[in-house]
Design a protein around this ligand. Sequence first.
Ligand SMILES: Nc1ncnc2c1ncn2[C@@H]1O[C@H](COP(=O)(O)OP(=O)(O)OP(=O)(O)O)[C@@H](O)[C@H]1O
Ligand SMILES: [Mg+2]
Length: 244
Amino acid sequence: MGFLSIREVSLAIQGHMILDHVSFDVNQGEVVGLIGPNGSGKTTLFNLLSGFLAPTGGSIHFRGSDITNCSPSVRAQKGIGRVFQNFGIFRDMTLEENILVALEALPHEQKKLLGDMKFLVHRTLAMVGLEKSAKKKAGALSGGQMRLLEIARTLKCGKDLFLLDEPTAGVSPKMTGQVSGLIAELKREGKTVLIIEHDLPFIGRICDRVIVLDVGKVVLEGTPDEVKQSKELQEIYFGADPTT
Ligand SMILES: Nc1ncnc2c1ncn2[C@@H]1O[C@H](COP(=O)(O)OP(=O)(O)OP(=O)(O)O)[C@@H](O)[C@H]1O
Ligand SMILES: [Mg+2]
């Protein structure tokens, strides 16, 4: 069984199969891309993984324990970190306050292991090149900088599995480079990443493996090169080739 193991997971809403017997594993330390056309069920799968929705069938195991029916907060305590798109950044707080509130909210046992909070806040900001802005309000950051801050903060809160939903959406090309640099850093630290992206070259650069969803089903799985060269992918994204 993988670090994260998704077995026959289905979600039916009013008789409509949003996800249809989805199964795949993610190994510890792997960066796995989840791609597929709009409406194929990628974000819905993240909602099932983070506990905001319950599947109508199948099971989800994380580190060998069944989390299918655990609440979002229990999953977060177990080390699953979902990074929302600028959802958890408080614009009226300074950058350092934004990190401190997240650290303060951790369970006591975990907090004891963190060491000096001030130093940790500094290191978190330095990770994404924002240490000079520690006293600035987060509302002054660009969308891309907020995304970076959010990912770095999730990392320093002791999460092991990262669920990133389109982290480069609406981010400038320069910032996209920084986001991929940060994901490479997560990987170096041994973290596991599941990432939804429409930007296929970006996925090709950072992922070990790619899983393709189409109409709620896993239709392809392989290395970025294998997936890029597959005829099925072309058909899913661009329709069947009329010349064949
Ligand atoms: N709560 C819900 N009730 C009914 N239908 C839903 C619900 N949530 C999602 N859907 C439907 O499920 C399908 C999958 O949606 P989802 O947002 O997971 O797709 P996605 O792959 O993330 O798409 P995108 O690439 O556009 O973000 C869509 O047809 C959507 O309309
Ligand atoms: Mg989505």
